[in-house]
Design a protein around this ligand. Structure first.
Ligand code: HEC
Length: 129
């Protein structure tokens, strides 16, 4: 019985994909580290950025409802945590030659596109201290 519906289901999910109806629009920004390196550091940019926009949900001391749904394994209140999630952070929050990602944060104050661009540059350079 179910077999009869397969083509219909396939067609429907195809349409949903075309309409962009499958969750937030995220992907690698293609950002690279500038030839001369970056002036951005954890201290002058990275950690203040995380504190301003991210740690109220993605904090390692938060649990349960306080995380507002943020996955337990993505915590950005330490530099080690940021580095461990660097690719995902670029894909959800960064900006670069290929795209501007606005998947995160989900609400509250939003980073500017320039801040997103700086974020991806800093991450592409290895999130230096
Ligand atoms: C209001 C709470 C909240 C804030 C603020 C927030 N997030 Fe999230 N984050 C979430 C939730 C909820 C999810 C799960 C979303 C989903 O799966 O669609 C998530 C998912 C993610 C993911 C994907 C994890 C994975 O592997 O699936 C990354 C990366 C991420 N957030 C990074 C950030 C960054 C970086 C910031 C700051 C710019 C941020 N988030 C701010 C709640 C938040």
């Amino acid at each position: 019985m179910l077999q009869h519906f397969r083509p219909l289901l396939a067609a429907l999910s195809g349409a949903a994909l075309l309409l962009g109806g499958c969750g937030p629009d995220v992907g690698p920004t293609g950002a690279t580290c500038p030839t001369g390196g970056t002036q951005l550091t954890a201290q002058n940019f990275g950690m203040p950025f995380m504190e301003q926009y991210c740690t109220r949900c993605h904090g390692s001391t938060l649990s349960g409802g306080a995380r507002q749904g943020a996955p337990a394994d993505v915590n950005v209140d330490t530099l080690a945590g940021v580095r461990a999630a660097a690719d995902e952070i670029d894909e959800w929050t960064g900006a670069g030659p290929n795209r501007v990602n606005t998947g995160m944060p989900v609400n509250g104050p939003m980073p500017t596109t320039e801040e997103r661009r700086q974020l991806s540059e800093w991450l592409a350079c290895g999130a230096p201290e």
